[in-house]
Design a protein around this ligand. Structure first.
Ligand code: NAD
Length: 470
C-alpha cells in the first residue's frame, strides 16, 4: 500500500474494498456504489473589505443519489480540494446508510483560511457560493441539503438559507435547503451539540461492553476513564463536555496553537475561558505545554478523540499512539495504513462513519421539521401531560398515597422538542452500535469494516429493489 501517499478518497475506497470483499454483490453494482456520481467545481469572485477582488474555489460532490436529497456539510478550510470533498461525500453515503438516515451522500467546501477574513467577507463568500450552488441546481430541500462542517457553523447556515430563499423565490419548503440553522430561521434544538453528543453515546456503548473492556484491560463504564481531545471546535468541545459530565477526566488537549498535558484533569469550561481571554490553550494553570500539538495524540490515555481533520494518525506517528481506544470524532483522522497497524496492536477504533453520525441524524430531524412546518412535540406535549396527570391522580386515589409536587411535576412532563431530539439521537446511535457489533462478531471483522459492510448492503439493496440498472 502506498501509505501516506494515498489520497483521501483512495483511503475511503480502501475501507470500502475491504468490506466489499466480504459481500457477494456483482462487481458492477459495487463499482456503482463506490463511484462518486457528480462533482461541481466553481471559481467565484468576492470583493474584500479593502476593495480588492479575490477569486475563491469551491466544490460540491454528490457521491450517491440512490436516495434524494443528498446530504453533507460545507467545509471552509485550506485543505479543501476535489479529492477531499469526494472522499467526505462518499463517507456521507455510507454514514447515512448505516444510520438509516434516508439521504444520499454529498459534501461541499471552499478553499479558504477563515481566520484571515472579516465577518462581512465570510458572509459574501458564503452567499456567493450558495448563489453558485442554487443557480446550478446543487442545493434544495429535495435535491441536496448542506450542513455545518469544519470551519462553518449556524451563522453560515443562516446566510445559506437566506440566499437560497431569495434566489429561489422563497418557496414553501426553502428552510429545508440546509440544516444546522439557528433556531429562529428553522433550526432544531440539539443540532449544535448533536455530533459531540453522538460521539459520547458511541464511547459509552463501547465502554459498556464487558468483552471489549476486558480485552482492553479496562473496567466497564465511562466514569474515571482518561481522555485526550484534538480540536476544541464543535465536535471536540461537545464530546469533551459530555464525557466530562459522565465522569471521565480530560488529561490532554491539542489545538491549533499547541498541546497541553494535565494528568490531574483539565477543566473544560475554564480552559475555554482561558483560551478566549488569552487566545491560546497554552499557559492554562495545572498543565504543561507539550513540545508540539501533535504530541498530545501520543499521551497515554484510555480514549483519544481526534476531532480536527483527516490524516492526523498516520505512518509517521502510529507507533507512538498510546491510547487504548481511538474515537473518531473527525472524518478520516486515522489514515488507512495506520488503521491496519492499530488493529494489529489491538487498539479499538470507533469508526468515523458511525461515531460522528449524530450530526447528520439530527440534521435529518431538522429537515423533517422544516418540511412538516411544525415543531416536534407541539401537538402531543400538553396531551401527554394531561394523560399522565390523570394516571397519577388515579394512582393517588387508589393507593391513598400523595406524591410531592416536585415528583408529580417531573412524572407528568410531556416531551419537548429537545427531549425528542436527544432521545431519537440516542436511540439511533445505540441501534447502529448493535448492528455494527453484531456484524463484526458474525463476520469476525473490525468495527469499521462491519460499518462499511452494513452500509454497502443497504445501498445495494436500495439499488436492487428499484431495479435501477436498465
Ligand atoms: P470546527 O471548525 O468547529 O473545529 C475544528 C477545531 O479543530 C478548530 O478549533 C481548529 O482550530 C482545530 N484544529 C484544526 N487543526 C488542528 C490541529 N492540527 N491540531 C489541533 N486542533 C486543530 O470543526 P468541527 O465541525 O468540529 O469538525 C471537526 C471534524 O469533525 C471534521 O473532520 C468534520 O468533518 C467532522 N464532523 C463534523 C460534524 C459537525 O456536525 N460539525 C459532523 C460530523 C463530522
Amino acid at each position: 500500500m502506498a501509505g501516506e501517499t494515498m489520497r483521501f478518497f483512495e483511503q475511503v475506497n480502501h475501507h470500502f474494498d475491504k468490506a466489499a470483499a466480504l459481500t457477494e454483490f456483482e462487481p458492477g453494482l459495487l463499482a456503482q456504489i463506490k463511484a462518486c456520481n457528480t462533482v461541481f467545481h466553481v471559481a467565484f469572485p468576492v470583493r474584500r473589505d479593502d476593495g480588492s477582488i479575490e477569486v475563491f474555489e469551491g466544490w460540491r460532490a454528490q457521491h450517491s443519489s440512490h436516495k434524494l436529497p443528498t446530504k453533507g456539510g460545507i467545509r471552509f478550510a485550506l485543505t479543501v480540494d476535489e479529492d477531499e470533498i469526494m472522499a467526505l461525500a462518499a463517507m456521507m453515503t455510507y454514514k447515512c446508510a448505516l444510520m438509516d438516515v434516508p439521504f444520499g451522500g454529498a459534501k461541499g467546501g471552499v478553499r479558504i483560511d477563515r481566520t484571515q477574513y472579516s465577518e462581512g467577507e465570510l458572509e459574501r463568500v458564503t452567499r456567493r457560493f450558495t448563489f453558485e450552488l442554487a443557480t446550478k441546481n446543487f442545493i434544495g430541500p429535495a435535491i441536496d441539503v448542506p450542513a455545518p462542517d469544519y470551519g462553518t457553523g449556524s451563522r453560515e447556515m443562516a446566510w445559506i438559507v437566506d440566499t437560497y430563499a431569495a434566489v429561489g423565490g422563497h418557496q414553501l419548503d426553502a428552510a429545508g435547503c440546509v440544516t444546522g440553522k439557528p433556531l429562529p430561521v428553522g433550526g432544531i434544538r440539539g443540532r449544535t451539540e448533536a455530533t459531540g453528543r453522538g460521539v459520547f453515546f458511541g464511547i459509552r456503548e463501547l465502554l459498556k461492553h464487558p468483552e471489549i473492556t476486558r480485552s482492553l484491560g479496562m473496567t466497564p463504564g465511562v466514569e474515571g476513564k482518561t481522555f485526550v481531545v484534538q480540536g476544541l471546535g464543535n465536535v471536540g468541545y461537545h464530546a469533551a463536555k459530555f464525557l466530562t459530565e459522565a465522569g471521565a477526566r480530560m488529561i490532554g488537549v491539542a489545538e491549533y496553537e499547541g498541546g497541553i498535558h494535565g494528568p490531574d484533569g483539565i477543566d473544560l469550561e475554564k480552559l475555554v475561558e482561558h483560551r478566549k481571554a488569552t487566545g491560546s490553550i497554552l499557559g492554562f494553570p495545572g498543565t504543561t505545554a507539550l513540545p508540539d500539538r501533535m504530541k498530545a495524540l501520543e499521551l497515554e490515555c484510555d480514549v483519544l478523540v481526534p476531532a480536527a481533520l483527516e490524516n492526523q494518525i498516520t505512518e509517521k506517528n502510529v507507533d507512538s499512539i498510546a491510547a487504548r481506544i481511538i474515537a473518531e470524532g473527525a472524518n478520516g483522522p486515522v489514515s488507512a495504513d495506520a488503521n491496519d497497524r492499530l488493529l494489529e496492536r489491538g487498539v479499538m477504533i470507533l469508526p468515523d462513519i458511525y461515531l460522528n453520525a449524530g450530526g447528520v441524524t439530527v440534521s435529518y430531524f431538522e429537515w423533517v421539521k422544516n418540511l412538516s412546518h411544525v415543531r416536534f412535540g407541539r401537538m402531543g406535549r400538553r396531551f401527554e401531560e394531561l394523560s399522565n396527570t390523570r394516571i397519577l391522580h388515579t394512582v393517588e386515589k387508589l393507593t391513598g398515597a400523595s406524591i410531592d409536587a416536585q415528583s408529580f411535576q417531573a412524572a407528568i412532563a410531556g416531551a419537548s422538542e429537545a427531549d425528542l431530539v436527544d432521545s431519537g439521537l440516542e436511540d439511533t446511535m445505540i441501534g447502529a452500535w448493535h448492528q455494527m457489533t453484531e456484524c463484526a462478531s458474525q463476520r469476525s471483522t473490525d468495527l469499521r469494516t462491519a460499518a462499511y459492510l452494513i452500509a454497502i448492503e443497504k445501498v445495494a439493496i436500495s439499488y436492487l429493489d428499484r431495479g435501477i440498472f436498465p
